[in-house]
Design a protein around this ligand. Structure first.
Ligand SMILES: *Cc1c(COP(=O)(O)O)cnc(C)c1O
Length: 210
């Protein structure tokens, strides 16, 4: 466990040198974040806009090369704060959000790269567009001027992740998207084998959330 262990495990995978490690800092104590910052980690993921803002607004000036990814569900009324804070939005998953995000990015003149979240397991409680509705949403997002560069998924907890990673990989390939955010503490090595370019790892770096 720990940042160096995770980095070494990624580096050992074929293609691992091209993988971006997104350190998931949600619900972690500040001293653990500072420790990882001191080891040079600069890409972090947060799943809540408010929590992310509370943590990072103060730290940001000291780390100008910080890159913050939003990896949790985004409500329309938080889009203003999200566009101000984050550098990548990984969880675009519905038409209404596309419209509100596109308008906010124009307003702020801040055109962030976005990933579309695909609900590969079609779980009702989970965010993400159903695989069957994905192509239409991508078209809508592109037409609205969003810069969609990749896809993201969170496989069902009790499935083997392989078929979900394979599906996401295929969708990205068919639609010419170069980024694939998949794999967490338990399965990031598998995800890299399926072509992940971004892995989102929390507890394997920081320890259990508090
Ligand atoms: C919390 C979270 C992670 C990290 O989970 P770990 O199992 O701690 O690595 C990754 N992705 C998303 C979307 C999350 O919410």
């Amino acid at each position: 466990m720990g940042l160096q262990t995770v980095r070494a495990a990624i580096a050992q995978q074929p293609g691992g040198e091209n993988v971006t490690l997104v350190a998931v800092s949600k619900q972690q104590p500040d001293e653990r974040i500072r420790d990882v910052l001191s080891q040079g980690q600069r890409v972090f993921g947060e799943n809540r806009v408010q929590e992310g803002a509370a943590r990072w607004t103060g730290l940001r000036p000291a780390y100008p090369d910080l890159q913050l990814h939003l990896i949790g569900p985004l409500q329309s009324n938080k889009v203003d704060d999200a566009v101000a804070l984050f550098d990548v939005i990984e969880t675009v998953d519905r038409e209404k959000l596309v419209v509100v995000l596109a308008a906010e990015m124009k307003k702020k003149n801040r055109f962030l790269p976005c990933f579309i979240q695909v609900n590969t397991g079609e779980e009702p409680q989970k965010g993400g567009v159903a695989p069957g509705d994905f192509a239409a949403l991508l078209q809508t997002a592109r037409a609205a001027g969003l810069n969609i560069t990749g896809l993201m998924c969170i496989p069902p907890a009790d499935d083997l992740p392989d078929m979900h990673f394979a599906l996401l990989h295929k969708l990205a390939k068919v639609h010419g998207l170069s980024h694939l955010s998949m794999g967490m503490s338990g399965d990031y090595e598998t995800a890299i084998a399926y072509g992940a370019t971004h892995v989102r790892v929390g507890s394997a770096i920081f320890g259990d959330r508090v």
